[in-house]
Ligand binder design. Structure first.
Ligand code: MN
Ligand code: MN
Length: 453
């Protein structure tokens, strides 16, 4: 189990975007005998394939011995996390005040508290695709040799006006721009040969650097996907090192444990499936999100390769409707510093095992996919049998807010689905907290679930 946790810490330290998660998960899948479904003509029991959607989401299948239309056992997690995305015209220089500071202009992605993203080191990851289709990978800020980037904040002594604002507009979204470089005026005093600073020189230098290092020009940012994320490795917290501090644990803590449970498992009569989805943090829209036909298209590809009698379209529908799914997503951990937010009797706690969340949603369960007790009993029974610790919880007190997961997307196909994941403290903060024990329990839970007959 120590191995699992250490590998997990390494995984989240090295895979801070959905693209990197997909890339690494494909590699892990391949090492465990999974093949790209596009390279396979026929499928039979025991076969392992993956369906890679645009390099940003991934679905794995391990074919069971039964007719697939009796349903699959599905683990569904998401691999996108809140962050700051570079805008389409991202690079600008402060010309007004001639500070020589060059910025990366960003637009935040997902639910963040903006004030948490200033005055702390950031890394840039992503791709820039040139007009000829060449793709350039960008990764700066996590190699010890690399520089990092940073968004400035106001000195407390002169922050009287800022401090009067509420946290919601303490830092404006438009001001979440990171310093890329600073080519100040003072240079001319230090070294007259360098010549006088002219407004625009800084941006020119940054663009020159990008061209030299990556072969990209300013126009190329029109077709780029660059994400600003916290720089630095995930670490253990506390003298006892029982907790993990890391970026993007919502929901990579469930994605990683689901993936490992999947690749280590062996399908029995039911086909096993593991979904690592993109776009959950912005409502699951887009071709790589679960509001799309991502899952049914992937299942249709599998069904088309199986020896199935009758109508394949009906087989796809039955496969989905008869499936069992754990929506492997995180729940908010009870925080003793903010006890009033939680119903103490229906909260999840760090170190007490994986969390069943029967329903999410807001207000009167609005938007929830409420799991059926018959299904919960089936999962619970299996966990008792496999000696997995679990707890039952809601996100918070009634009417304090709410949220949703990909459970509702799964439920649309008519399947049984239950939210089941790790509890996370300071969720959606740049650095989130989980418990190593819960991570182990999640892994054990997902392994046991895949064995459901
Ligand atoms: Mn989540
Ligand atoms: Mn989230």
């Amino acid at each position: 189990m120590d191995n699992l946790i250490n590998n997990y810490v390494k995984f989240i330290s090295e895979n801070k975007t959905e693209r990197l998660c997909t890339q690494t998960s494909v590699r892990i899948a391949q090492e465990n005998g999974y093949r790209d479904i596009n390279t396979v003509d026929k499928l039979k029991a025991g076969d392992k394939v993956y369906y890679d959607k645009m390099g940003k989401s991934l679905i794995l299948f391990n074919i069971g011995s039964d007719d697939i239309s009796k349903g699959m056992n599905i683990l569904g997690a998401h691999i996108d996390s809140p962050r700051l995305d570079a805008k389409q015209n991202p690079i600008y220089e402060d010309k007004l005040y001639k500070t020589g500071i060059v910025y990366l202009n960003t637009h935040y992605y997902g639910g963040i508290k903006k004030y948490q993203w200033v005055a702390s080191p950031l890394a840039i990851y992503g791709v820039v695709v040139k007009a000829d289709g060449t793709k350039v990978d960008v990764a700066i800020g996590d190699d010890p040799e690399d520089p990092v980037f940073c968004i400035s904040d106001i000195l407390p002594h002169i922050a009287q006006e800022q401090m009067k604002k509420t946290a919601a507009d303490f830092i404006e979204g438009e001001k979440l721009d990171a310093i890329l470089a600073c080519y100040p005026n003072v240079k001319k005093y230090r070294n007259p040969e360098e010549g006088k600073y002219e407004p625009g020189d800084g941006k020119k230098k940054v663009l020159q650097f990008l061209e030299d290092k990556y072969g990209i020009k300013e126009d190329d940012f029109a077709s780029a996907e660059l994400e600003l994320v916290p720089a630095g490795q995930a670490r253990f917290i506390g003298f006892d090192k029982t907790l993990v501090l890391g970026y993007g644990q919502d929901d990579r803590v469930c994605a990683y444990t689901s993936l490992i449970a999947m690749v280590e498992g062996k399908a029995g009569n039911r086909t096993n499936c593991c979904i690592l989805a993109d776009k959950e943090e912005v409502g699951s829209n887009g071709a790589t999100g679960m509001n799309s036909h991502l899952l049914d298209n992937a299942v249709a590809e599998v069904v088309a390769r199986l020896d199935i009698k009758g109508n394949p379209e009906l087989a796809v529908r039955r496969t989905l409707a008869n499936s069992y799914m754990l929506s492997s997503d995180v729940n908010s951990a009870f925080d003793p510093l903010n006890p009033g937010l939680y119903d103490i009797y229906n909260s999840s706690f760090l170190g007490r095992g994986v969390v069943f969340n029967k329903y999410t949603g807001a207000r009167g369960k609005s938007g929830a996919s409420d799991a059926n007790p018959e299904f919960i009993a089936k999962v619970r029974g299996k966990l008792y049998e496999s000696e997995v610790y679990f707890q039952n919880a809601e996100l918070s007190k009634v009417d304090t807010g709410g949220g949703g997961t990909i459970a509702r997307n799964a439920a649309e196909f008519g399947m049984n689905v239950l939210d089941c994941g790790v509890s996370v403290m300071s969720m959606h903060a740049p650095w989130e907290i989980t418990s190593a024990f819960d991570i182990e329990q999640a892994y054990k839970c997902y392994k046991a679930f895949l064995e459901l007959a």
